[in-house]
Design a protein around this ligand. Structure first.
Ligand SMILES: Cc1ncc(COP(=O)(O)O)c(C=O)c1O
Length: 392
């Protein structure tokens, strides 16, 4: 259809799995949904009336637009980083109404139409759309697994083309849960500097570490060797995606970082997208962030433990450092979508096929550690039993 731009010419048909889930829901079939990744629907008690009360303060009646975000809100984000040992200035922080918006600003800031950014795979499925709508190409670099996740830096470097302007990294990554090691962080900085690339570090899951490792890289928000943009936000840190507040921290060599801030300020000023009540509430919310984090961590750990207990050969639970999901490797006797369909039809279990996240070879399924614990345990046990039975 010529009325519409080619960048929006997506195949929007639901896939076989989504269609079948919808049909079974209409039939009111009882399903064990292991894909619940919305913290507000996961039955975790952390949001009380006091959190919401912070939204109704007299100052919320007036509009005092500030392109980077209200100073008190940015100062609260800065203080939160300080608690984690990362020194930032509020001037180098920008609020956005979600990391999607932050990504779109950064792609516009750094890339001409048609230029490219390197992105990890498997990773966040939204990258494809974020690239499309910003008219930029995304070049995947692989995360490899051999008992732990790692980046093949030679492969990554070979993938850099003259049109490449940035490297995106996600740590902990969604859905692999892998955390960048300090050595990998150093290598990425070396490669970015050698090729004149910026780093975009998505650290939205940084508060949720399940297997602390001494070799983990520090936050990229402390990086000063290359121009670095570090993303975080309330969707994960407070389990409050509905409040639509995220941030970008700008770091790196002073001249570059200052120029980036000047330009980002205009991009942000063009939208002024973060609503005032949420900005005003941010200091009080971040002061209570540990409460939300503790409640969410408890759910993640309980479910991760259930996985460790229930999963056995021929199902493999891939090692997870952090984040909100786990990956199960199933025998490659059928595709991941076919496994998901089988598990749905025979066991009433909903899981995400790894292909959704860019898993190529093998059969991987992704399940959410936010899932209510009884559903999670029952679902994982059914997966283990069914996969084992198909082996006999
Ligand atoms: C890698 C990654 N980045 C960012 C987000 C959060 O995005 P937003 O801040 O737009 O809610 C998610 C949510 O699933 C994610 O997986």
């Amino acid at each position: 259809m010529t009325m519409f731009s080619s960048r929006t010419n997506w195949d929007l048909q639901p896939n076989r799995l989504a269609r079948r889930v919808a049909e079974l829901r209409v039939e009111a079939k009882e399903l064990l949904d292991l894909t619940e990744s919305n913290p507000t629907r996961a039955g975790i008690a952390y949001l009380d009336a006091a959190w919401l009360g912070e939204l109704s303060v007299p100052a919320a009646a007036s509009y005092d637009p500030e392109p980077r975000g209200l100073l008190a809100a940015r100062a609260a984000v800065r203080d939160r980083y300080r608690k984690r040992g990362v020194e930032l200035t509020a001037e180098r922080l920008f609020l956005a109404s979600g990391t999607s918006e932050a990504y779109a600003h950064l792609f516009r800031l750094l890339l001409e139409p048609g230029e490219a950014a390197l992105v990890p795979t498997p990773s966040y499925p939204l990258f494809d759309f974020l690239g499309d709508i910003s008219d930029v190409a995304l070049i995947p670099y692989s995360l490899h697994y051999d008992g732990a996740w790692w980046i093949d830096m030679d492969e990554l470097e070979r993938r850099i083309t003259p049109a490449c302007r940035a490297i995106v990294l996600v740590s902990p990554n969604n859905p692999t849960g892998s955390v960048l090691s300090a050595k990998e962080g150093d290598e990425l900085c070396r490669i970015a500097a050698a090729h004149d690339l910026a780093l975009i570090a998505d650290e939205v899951f940084a508060d949720f570490i399940l297997s602390p490792s001494a070799s983990a890289a520090p936050s990229m928000a402390a990086e000063d060797r290359v121009l670095t943009f570090t993303l975080g936000g309330l969707s994960k840190s407070l389990g409050m995606p509905q409040m639509k507040v995220a941030w970008t921290a700008v770091n790196g060599p002073a001249a570059l970082a200052d120029e980036a801030c000047r330009r980002l300020e205009v991009l942000s000023d063009t939208f002024l997208s973060v609503n005032t009540p949420a900005q005003l509430a941010l200091p009080a919310w971040l002061a209570r962030a540990d409460e939300a984090r503790t409640a969410i961590m408890h759910r993640l750990k309980t479910n991760h433990r259930a996985c460790l207990q229930s999963v056995a050969d021929p199902v493999e639970l891939l090692h997870v450092d952090g984040g909100w999901s786990v990956v199960l490797r199933l025998p490659a006797t059928r595709s991941d979508e076919d496994w998901c369909l089988l598990l749905l039809e025979e066991e009433g279990v909903i899981a995400d096929p790894g292909a959704t996240y860019g898993f190529g070879s093998g059969a991987h399924i992704v399940i959410s550690l936010l899932t209510p614990v009884d559903t999670f345990r029952a679902g994982v046990e059914r997966i283990a039993a069914r996969v084992s039975a198909t082996r006999q």
